[in-house]
Design a protein around this ligand. Sequence first.
Ligand SMILES: Nc1ncnc2c1ncn2[C@@H]1O[C@H](COP(=O)(O)OP(=O)(O)OP(=O)(O)O)[C@@H](O)[C@H]1O
Ligand SMILES: *[C@@H]1O[C@H](CO)[C@@H](O)[C@H](O)[C@H]1NC(C)=O
Ligand SMILES: *[C@@H]1O[C@H](CO)[C@@H](O)[C@H](O)[C@H]1NC(C)=O
Ligand SMILES: *[C@@H]1O[C@H](CO)[C@@H](O)[C@H](O)[C@H]1NC(C)=O
Length: 375
Amino acid sequence: MNNSHISWRAGVCIIQYVFVPPPPQSSENTLFGMGNPLLDISAVVDKDFLDKFGLKLNDQILAEDKHKALFEEIVKRNKVEYHAGGSTQNSVKIAQWMIQKPQKVATFFGCIGADQFGEILKEKAAEAHVDAHYYEQNVEPTGTCAACITGDNRFMGSVSAGPFVANLAAANCYKKEQHLDLDSNWELVKKAKVYYIAGFFLTVSPESIMKVAKHASDNNKIFCMNLSAPFISQFFKEPLMEVMPYVDILFGNETEAATFAKELGFETDDIAEIANKTQNLPKENTKRQRVVVFTQGKEDTVATVGDEVTMFPVLDIDQNDIVDTNGAGDAFVGGFLSALVQEQALEECIRAGHYAANVIIRRVGCTFPERPDFH
Ligand SMILES: Nc1ncnc2c1ncn2[C@@H]1O[C@H](COP(=O)(O)OP(=O)(O)OP(=O)(O)O)[C@@H](O)[C@H]1O
Ligand SMILES: *[C@@H]1O[C@H](CO)[C@@H](O)[C@H](O)[C@H]1NC(C)=O
Ligand SMILES: *[C@@H]1O[C@H](CO)[C@@H](O)[C@H](O)[C@H]1NC(C)=O
Ligand SMILES: *[C@@H]1O[C@H](CO)[C@@H](O)[C@H](O)[C@H]1NC(C)=O
């Protein structure tokens, strides 16, 4: 690619041709994600609404029977917004946004219902240029996540857009035999070079995760996973440790790392030591050393680089400019993956992750402007 640089010196126009090597081109379906697709529904609500459903400002909970009416009511509010959500889908959406062109670099699999919300989800994924192939079934409705934005929150400049109430519904019904195993779908898996599945999906279809992880390992491709939440290490330790030997890149935040270390009996709460010990867990594909990446909010991100544990400062931000940190972790992973599929070095992947997270925390919800400004 030639970029001509024009300048004027002493009234003479000087044109310099600068050779800029093109970035490695990513092609369609190079990034594969699989997880729980949720339709995010956000609307401004008042305190009475929260009280009615017994919600506190910082709640992030799974819907119970008593929340059924909440979903019916929130869609009747003014200015309801719908977004394609769910942790993994958010991350691949952000990766696609960072990459911009070509479209459909990111593939996404998950389960939805044959209903109106499913249709909206498909539209939203298409708008984000993600190549979503959902398993559609008609037993459970499409999964949803209600974000109850309270006026108070904004007024007080608080950093939360919650409470959040998630209803996995159809997302829980993904079936390997009904979807992943189908030839046309498996072809898409084979096309990818980088795989990302958040730990949350261990509660849904561990056999699907294993199949993808083994494919990546057998073909020396990159399989990435996320610790996702403390309860995964606590209550889904067995499937988590079954997939761990296939994990090339493991993400997590500090809390998740600490719980993981505790569950594995690492006997340390030093994050660098946890990263080191996690890196050294047994690994199937020995051609790639495992990379461990732990974020810590505004503190440095900790990552294993070769045999070293290195700290990477996050992007500076005036803490008053932070609107809502929800989705920061998903955004970090998305930015990271965007650089990874473009075969960038680890340092560059982390820099891209920090950039994407920095954009998202300046906005309500996991939303982004038209284009990234990342160089
Ligand atoms: N207060 C902050 N100041 C600067 N950067 C931040 C802050 N909070 C988050 N970030 C950015 O977001 C990245 C991920 O944040 P964090 O470790 O808080 O993820 P998380 O705990 O998974 O967040 P969430 O669960 O809300 O998505 C950080 O590495 C950083 O780049
Ligand atoms: C890390 O993520 C968990 C959810 O998995 C969240 O509860 C916790 O607050 C996060 N930790 C920090 C320090 O942000
Ligand atoms: C990581 O652990 C290995 C083996 O226990 C040790 O030899 C090495 O010094 C550690 N490295 C760092 C950077 O902590
Ligand atoms: C995944 O990893 C990121 C980055 O390490 C972390 O911040 C986040 O909490 C993890 N969980 C999810 C659900 O993205």
